[in-house]
Design a protein around this ligand. Structure first.
Ligand code: DLZ
Length: 509
């Protein structure tokens, strides 16, 4: 009698042969199932780029699996199987399997749903820990349990030591410093040319997916005539090589810059590949380190880049699983203004915000300062509802899954998690935005003015945020200077700024 096989479900963001549900499998022991389903594609209004990228990457990966000899059950979107559960159930109705296996999903929502599958399906369902990350749940919990406050910097240092990245033989960091942030903060004055990105040709599989997504997701944001993402591990690796050679040397310097001329500046554009499994985080860090050791990239740029992947990426994932499910309902500042409709159209006169929203909607991409200091900062100081802002970030970006989006939006940008992630809010006025780039030169608002028709709305909203939350902020030693300045101001002046901010909120939102 032949032994029945496993049925291995591969989710769209688990497209790696290092996926723990696949490392030990062979065509003799396991069949694979992939499914493009409505439940996953519409639980928020995902950008068309995100759906097209994941479906195209999934179809390419499934083809590769077939070429390795696997029996693959692939449900295309127009087959009308509307949930992952139904896709698995359909396979089970056609053949006998010994168990269903999958790598744990990256979102609490789906993990909860899958927890019921075993009883619903009537056979074992093994959910394996996602080993594609560099810190396991237990690693993070051990670290977190040993700390008074969960600061990324200390987690990052422990990861540098553990993986020996940018470390000297002495056990100290190369260059004797852990962090080169201070050297990585230049504003953009359009003095350097931004190199051209690598072109990505589309094959028939991707073209079919683009057609399908355009047809089925009409009311989702995204302009797929601009689709230019890689959809295989091989091509993602070519993009990484190009980034390291051409962009990484200036990545650090312009990491926090905002530019009229470029939507991507010197950023990596690799988050989507890492988060879907097409690139491996340790390999990415090691390749950057090799470029540094070859003298091609400065230590500051390499360290800044490695910190994003070895530090931030692992840290936010750790925070998510350590604090979920309660994390999602935090709302420290009691924010309750509805998300303005123009978050979905980009129609605002605030130039920096318009540019950041426009490219987010069109391309599914904005770089981290646009996300944190332009869009997120606006949402924070305008008091926009946390849930709605988080759902927007989750939907709009091609690299967004809740494990990474929620801590970054709720914790970092909105500082709504009672200080778990950041010891102070990243609130900033228009002066910060003017310092970091050149959007203000094309804006009808003036970052030097706080009140009046031509005043940059970020300025009055910034002080409004300070004023409305003065009691809580005054207790924060890192906010003492700012709250002290505000308290010392003439009461009439304070009153006029606050009432102007109220007018801005009434008219701009
Ligand atoms: C985001 C997404 C989308 C848009 N579509 C699918 C899909 O059709 N099939 C699938 O397996 N996964 C999809 N995903 C990714 C899942 O939502 C993802 O696995 C969870 O969000 C957990 O990270």
């Amino acid at each position: 009698m032949t032994k029945s096989k496993h049925l291995t479900l591969v989710l769209a963001d688990q497209l790696s042969w290092q996926n723990p549900a696949m490392v030990d499998v062979s065509p003799e022991t396991s069949e694979l199932v992939f499914a493009e389903v409505k439940a996953e594609a519409t639980y928020v209004r995902h950008n068309k780029h995100k759906i097209a990228f994941l479906f195209a990457a999934m179809r390419h990966f499934a083809e590769e699996a077939k070429s390795r000899g696997f029996t693959v059950h692939y449900f295309q979107y127009d087959a009308g199987i509307d949930s992952l559960f139904k896709a698995v159930a359909r396979c089970l109705s056609k053949a006998t399997y010994s168990e269903v296996r999958l790598c744990e999903p990256g979102e609490w929502r789906l993990r909860e749903e899958i927890a019921d599958w075993q009883s619903q399906l009537g056979l074992p369902v093994s959910v394996l820990e996602d080993t594609r990350f560099l810190a396991s749940h237990a690693d993070f919990a051990t670290w977190a349990d040993s700390q008074k406050t969960l600061r990324m910097e200390y987690f990052y240092r422990s990861m540098r030591k553990r993986y020996g990245l940018l470390m000297a033989e002495s056990g100290k960091p190369i260059g004797d410093r852990w962090n080169y942030d201070a050297e990585n903060r230049s504003g953009w004055r359009n003095k350097d040319a931004v190199p051209v990105r690598l072109d990505e040709a589309q094959d028939g599989i991707t073209a079919d997916v683009i057609h399908l997504v355009d047809e089925h997701f009409l009311d989702h944001p995204g302009d797929l005539t601009r689709f230019s993402y890689a959809v295989t591990a091989e091509r993602a690796s070519v993009h990484l090589t190009h980034f390291i050679q051409v962009f990484l040397p200036q990545f650090g310097q312009y990491q926090d810059a905002l530019a009229e001329e470029s939507t991507t500046l010197f950023h990596g554009l690799i988050g989507l590949y890492l988060n879907a499994g097409l690139l491996d985080p340790l390999d990415v860090c090691q390749r950057a380190e090799t470029a540094y050791k070859a003298g091609h990239v400065s230590l500051a740029a390499t360290e800044g880049f490695v910190r994003q992947i070895l530090g931030w990426r692992e840290y936010v994932r750790g925070i998510y699983w350590y604090h979920m499910p309660n994390y999602a309902s935090n709302n420290t500042w009691g924010a309750k203004r509805p998300l303005p409709a123009w978050f979905w159209t980009a129609q605002t006169d605030m130039r920096c915000l318009h540019k950041a929203l426009e490219q987010s909607l069109n391309d599914g991409y904005a770089h981290h300062i646009q996300r944190l200091m332009v869009i997120g900062n606006f949402a924070l100081i305008a008091g926009l509802t946390v849930d709605e802002v988080c759902a927007w970030f989750l939907a709009v970006y091609v690299d967004a899954y809740e494990w990474v989006e929620l801590p970054n939006t709720l914790g970092m940008a909105l500082n709504a998690d009672d200080g778990i992630m950041a010891s102070k809010p990243y609130a900033a006025s228009g002066k910060y935005i003017a310092k970091q780039g050149n959007h203000c030169q094309k804006c009808r608002f003036d970052p030097k003015l706080t009140t009046g028709e031509r005043a940059c709305p970020y300025n009055s909203l910034y002080w409004h945020f300070i004023d409305q939350n003065l009691e809580r902020l005054s207790k924060n030693p890192r906010m003492g200077l700012i709250t002290g300045q505000w308290k010392k101001r003439d009461p009439a002046e304070r009153e006029s700024i606050v009432s102007w901010a109220e007018q801005v909120l009434a008219t701009q939102l």
